[in-house]
Design a binder for this molecule. Structure first.
Ligand code: UDP
Ligand code: MG
Length: 346
């Protein structure tokens, strides 16, 4: 990502003042990727300070989503040239909830969320801050290409985005959870109390002035994807059912359609009967039974999906439970002047 002092000098006086920056990263069994992440964030911190995009070191918020490995040990003991805040959730809550926990705690003027595996190029955060200063409340990171994904993942993602748009769900294609939110956008997000979280859809619903920054998505720095097929399907269903009731309407529509078709069928049968052409009719009796049985079950399933959502929403359980929060101040030997700034930021 190109940085230059000139970028800063080109800022007009009407632009917003230099913000303080929090970066939120959910971590689930990420002991292998954390060292790479810290290295990447350290470089980013250097760059942002050098280009004047931030005036004091950033704060990194690491949310341990109930990891079974040494992730929390690492978070607790690591110090860096920036402050590290750790949030340990009481158990594994899932990516979206871990991310929400971090977003709600983070205290920067701007809050950038990204994954632990450096698939989201941290350097794009610089450009995001520039957009914020020009007035954007939300800046979406969008993948320039999906070359690092398998052909299957690419195709299913494309199909999914098409389906969402048919169902009237407004989303930014190829935007995952790499984005900048201003404090104002974050506080507005906090007022949405829903339990079935699909953050990329919810944040898009907030409105405000937004912009897009594109970046190349890299391979995972280390470790394996924590999204198995089951989690991916569940996120995909949440994306639809949290934002669109069109599937319910489609059921009603198909009901009308089948009813209309059966009237035609009755008319035809009557005519046939008057004309004395009674049909032995095994196929015409059993096939509709199977077909309608299937259609009914699908319809019930779709309705059940929504009722399940209503069920979890009405319980209004906390969306995440925090066990412990810690703050590791910036490593004073590495950067003595960082510490007082950090205090001022709090
Ligand atoms: N993650 C999490 N809780 C989970 C699953 C994943 O906090 O239950 C985190 C994970 O550590 C990573 C991010 O969510 O920082 C995205 O996960 P991953 O990289 O495995 O997903 P992919 O990029 O393969 O879609
Ligand atoms: Mg990833």
């Amino acid at each position: 990502m190109p940085y230059s002092k000139n970028d800063r000098e080109n800022l007009t006086p009407r632009e917003r003042p230099t913000p303080t920056l929090s970066i939120v990263v959910p971590c689930y069994n990420e002991e292998e990727s954390l060292p790479f992440l810290l290295e990447g964030i350290d470089k980013l911190n250097e760059n942002l300070l050098a280009t004047g995009r931030i005036e004091q070191p950033l704060t990194l918020w690491l949310v341990d989503d109930g990891s079974a490995d040494r992730t929390w040990e690492l978070i607790k003991t690591t110090t860096a040239r920036f402050e590290i805040s750790g949030i340990k959730l009481s158990r594994n809550h899932g990516h979206q909830y871990a991310l929400l926990a971090g977003l709600m705690q983070a205290d920067g003027d701007v809050i950038v969320s990204m994954d632990a595996d450096l698939q989201d190029d941290p350097n794009a955060a610089g450009e995001m801050i520039d957009h914020y200063r020009k007035g954007s409340e939300i800046v979406f990171g969008v993948r320039a290409s999906r070359t690092t994904d398998s052909a299957l993942k690419r195709k299913t993602a494309q199909g999914y985005y098409r389906l969402l748009s048919i169902l009237g769900v407004d989303l930014i294609p190829d935007h995952a959870d790499y984005r900048l939110m201003s404090r104002k956008a974050r506080d507005t997000l906090a007022s949405f109390g829903e339990s079935n979280l699909y953050l990329r859809g919810l944040v898009h619903k907030l409105g405000f002035q937004t912009s897009i920054v594109t970046y190349d998505r890299a391979e995972r720095s280390a470790g394996e994807s924590k999204y198995n097929l089951r989690r991916m399907i569940s996120l995909a269903i949440d994306g639809i059912t949290s934002f669109s009731v069109r599937p319910l309407r489609l059921i009603t529509l198909s009901g009308f359609f089948i009813a209309a078709a059966s009237f035609l069928f009755i008319a035809y049968a009557l005519v046939a009967w008057f004309m004395g052409e009674t049909i032995p009719g095994w196929a015409s009796t059993t096939l509709p039974i199977y077909f309608l049985g299937g259609a009914h079950l699908i319809a019930l399933g779709v309705i059940g999906e929504y009722i399940g959502k209503i069920y979890t929403e009405t319980k209004a359980r906390p969306r995440f439970i925090i066990d412990t929060t810690i703050h590791n101040d910036a490593n004073e030997t590495a950067k003595p002047e960082a510490a007082p700034n950090q205090k001022a930021a709090e």
